[in-house]
Every structure is written in structure tokens, then in C-alpha cells.
Design a binder for this molecule. Structure first.
Ligand SMILES: Nc1ncnc2c1ncn2[C@@H]1O[C@H](COP(=O)(O)OP(=O)(O)OP(=O)(O)O)[C@@H](O)[C@H]1O
Length: 296
């Protein structure tokens, strides 16, 4: 049995189970050689939806990016494949739920939003779509110097959108739903082939939830009903109570076709404008005490 207390390859000790996903289990642990904290993701060999090998491949390619979890090691042990990586802090879903009214401040949302767009840009530049952008797939760094870093995790649903020639893969007529119902794009609900714009639709839904504490379809369980409500709200109404930035963000995504490359820098600039306004207010207000944890 692999579980708490197990030592993988005489080096990585599993200390505590910290996550249970559809495809595997996550443990916090320790590198017995260096005493560094680590996280270990385990996947059983008999899992029909084995994805860890692909996840490792994408993670290794993303190591140049500060928005990716640091890769440590991978291997197999007693009927399991495993991935050893940097131990991160709480994921953004847990952090939001702990805030009053389940909301982050505009300041925190701006900081997180900019990093999420940059993380998505980094994976797209490699030729992959993430296809499951959601708050629990981002976590804050724990290591010194990484504490304000928002890190993308879980590459189990990624898909290459470029051919070796560099061209975009032709869209399949029916691709099926991919992602998580609350945050998936309308295209995913319509079973359309996903492209770069769709990861950013998920970012937009996440940011709306961060700011308002909810999405209009939060109470629905049925994927089809959620899709219909997203279509109903595919208008300015969705971002009615938010800074104008969010309407511009949405309009940029609405204008993108399957093949189009999103203007990531424009989206970052939009979010940054709100950040600048808040900084000015913080200065005027004499506090200068802006924090990253949603306390403003
Ligand atoms: N490196 C890490 N450090 C700390 N916690 C992590 C790490 N990787 C994952 N987790 C935690 O475990 C949870 C599940 O991880 P992950 O999404 O990679 O697994 P999964 O099996 O693909 O899950 P799901 O089916 O929910 O997408 C994350 O939401 C996060 O809270």
C-alpha cells in the first residue's frame, strides 16, 4: 500500500494526503536527502485515464516559467506512477472561500488575474492548451521568494493545439466537453474544439467569481443548464457591476476566432489599469499598506 509514511525510492517520504483529484492523489512530503518540502502526485497504473506521463512532459517543458510548479523527479513505485514537485500553498479556491463573502479585493484580483493570464500565455507559447483553468488549479508559492507567486498546476487535460509544422491543428467537428462545468467556456459546452481563447474565457469567469463571490450559474449542477445560462449571460450583463476593464476583457475574447492568438499583453494591461487606480488610492489614503492577501 502506498500512502502516508511511504518512502519512495528511499528518498521522498509521503507525510500527509493534501488532495484527491479525479485521476490521482496528492501528498505533502519531504526529500529525506535535503529536508526540502515536496508534493507528490500519485496515479495508479490501472487507471484507465492515465495522464501523469503527459502531465510530467508538459511540466518539464514549462520549467522556464515562474508560473509553473517546479519539477523535482518522476518515476514508478508499486503499481503507481509518481511525480515529485515543489510543495505549494493553498489553492485559490480554498483561499477565496476563506475570505469574507467569498470575495477577493479588487487589488488581489488584479494581482492574481495578471499572473493567471501570464501563466496561460506561457503554456500556449509551448503549443498546449490547459483546458481546465479553474481556481483549484492555481496555488500560491510557499518557498521563500515564491510567496506572492501564483502557480499553475494540473496539466492532466492539456492538448497540443499546434502541429509539428507550427500550424494550428484543424478543429474536429465534435470534440466533446472538456474542463469543469462552472468555468468551462461556452465552446466547451457546445462540444466544439477548444482553442487559446477558451482558456481565457475560463480566466474571465474565475475573475468574476473572485470579485463578486459568485457566478450566475453557481447553484446549477447540470452541465447543459450551465451552458445555457452562460449563453444567456454572454453580454455586458455578466460584468455589469464590475470595473469597465472586465467588459473590455470580455469583448476581446468575443472577437477571437478559433485560429486567433489572443492579445495577452492587452489583457494584462487592462487588469493593470485597475491596479494602478488602486495604488493611487492607497497613496492618497496615506496607508501605503497594500497587501496581497485580499485584506484591502
Ligand atoms: N504541488 C502542489 N503543492 C501543493 N498542493 C498541490 C500541488 N499539486 C496539487 N495540489 C493540491 O491538490 C489538488 C488536486 O491537484 P491536481 O488538480 O493536480 O489533481 P487532479 O487529480 O488532476 O485533480 P482534479 O481532478 O481536481 O483536477 C489541487 O487543487 C491542490 O490543492
Amino acid at each position: 500500500m502506498v500512502g502516508e509514511g511511504t518512502v519512495l525510492k528511499g528518498r521522498w517520504k509521503l507525510t500527509r494526503k493534501i488532495g484527491q483529484g479525479a485521476f490521482g492523489e496528492i501528498y505533502s512530503g519531504c526529500d529525506l536527502n535535503t529536508q526540502d518540502p515536496v508534493a507528490v502526485k500519485l496515479e495508479r497504473w490501472d487507471n484507465k485515464k492515465a495522464v501523469l506521463k503527459m502531465e510530467v512532459a508538459v511540466l518539464k517543458k514549462l520549467q522556464h516559467s515562474p508560473f509553473a510548479c517546479r519539477y523535482v523527479h518522476c518515476g514508478h513505485f508499486e503499481n503507481h506512477n509518481y511525480l515529485v514537485m515543489e510543495l505549494l500553498g493553498d489553492n485559490l479556491s480554498e483561499l477565496r472561500r476563506r475570505r469574507p463573502n467569498g470575495r477577493f479585493s479588487l487589488w488581489t484580483t488584479v494581482r492574481l488575474g495578471i499572473q493567471m493570464v501570464q501563466a496561460v500565455k506561457a503554456i500556449h507559447e509551448l503549443g498546449y492548451l490547459h483546458r481546465d483553468v479553474k481556481p483549484s488549479n492555481f496555488a500560491m508559492g510557499l518557498a521563500p521568494g515564491r510567496r506572492e507567486q501564483c502557480v499553475m498546476i494540473d496539466f492532466g487535460l492539456t492538448r497540443k493545439f499546434r502541429l509539428p509544422s507550427g500550424q494550428i491543428r484543424p478543429a474536429r467537428d465534435i470534440a466533446g466537453f472538456r474542463g469543469t462545468a462552472r468555468y468551462a467556456s461556452i465552446n466547451s459546452h457546445l462540444s466544439k474544439e477548444l482553442s487559446r481563447r477558451d482558456d481565457l474565457w475560463s480566466v474571465l469567469y474565475v475573475l468574476i467569481e473572485f470579485l463578486t463571490g459568485q457566478l450566475p450559474w453557481r447553484k446549477l449542477k447540470d452541465k447543459e443548464e450551465i451552458g445555457l445560462l452562460k449563453i444567456h449571460f454572454n453580454s455586458a450583463e455578466l460584468v455589469r457591476d464590475l470595473p469597465p476593464t472586465y467588459l473590455s476583457f470580455m469583448q476581446h475574447l468575443q472577437a477571437l476566432d478559433y485560429l486567433d492568438c489572443p492579445d495577452y499583453d492587452y489583457l494584462v494591461q487592462l487588469l493593470d489599469q485597475d491596479g494602478k487606480v488602486i495604488e493611487t488610492e492607497a497613496y492618497d489614503d496615506g496607508t501605503g499598506n497594500v497587501r496581497f492577501d485580499g485584506s484591502r
